[in-house]
Write a protein that binds this ligand. Sequence first.
Ligand code: HEC
Ligand code: HEC
Length: 151
Amino acid sequence: MIKRKLPSIRMIFMMVILACAGITPAQAGDVTGLRGGVPLDGAERSPELTKWMPDSHALPRAYLQQPPLVPHQIESYKIDMRQNKCMTCHSWSKAKETRATKISLTHFRNRFGSEMSDVSPQRYFCTQCHVPQKDAPPLVENTFKPVEAIK
Ligand code: HEC
Ligand code: HEC
């Protein structure tokens, strides 16, 4: 009978568990992450106080598609469900008086390609892509060079 030859659900479940048992979480190699080598299930230390670079003007981009770096401090700027501090200067209506760069038009396009009247949810958390600057040594060596033709 066919029914007898098929492994039971319980059997398959056990096999999956056994297969997973030998696997440990991936190690980060030689790079010490922001958690300072504390394992994922360990208690994290409170972050060190960072000395950010003083406010300046638009910084050079390493390649054309790069999200521009934030050339000013953003320490107390909140971005949450109710407020987005960045937009109080970078929105199109405020940019003139604050002299901030207008937020890119591409940020109003949602994931279906429709143009919206406000920032797309994909772009709401600005600091996912735009990062403030600190004089820090690179964590890994990098020999990246931009394409000459579209620098
Ligand atoms: C108080 C006003 C103000 C706030 C709030 C503010 N910015 Fe700015 N930002 C500026 C100004 C002014 C400039 C332009 C500096 C210059 O080029 O002289 C600027 C420049 C930038 C640039 C560089 C643009 C380019 O073309 O290189 C980025 C990126 C940026 N800000 C991101 C942010 C993010 C992200 C936040 C929120 C966490 C934020 N800003 C909040 C005023 C502000
Ligand atoms: C998913 C990544 C991402 C997020 C999130 C994001 N940006 Fe950008 N941003 C970019 C990239 C990439 C560019 C450069 C290409 C472009 O203009 O689309 C850019 C360009 C800009 C510029 C420069 C525009 C110019 O004319 O040179 C400003 C200002 C800016 N973003 C502000 C913001 C603010 C404010 C937020 C949050 C409300 C935000 N961005 C969220 C990726 C992002």
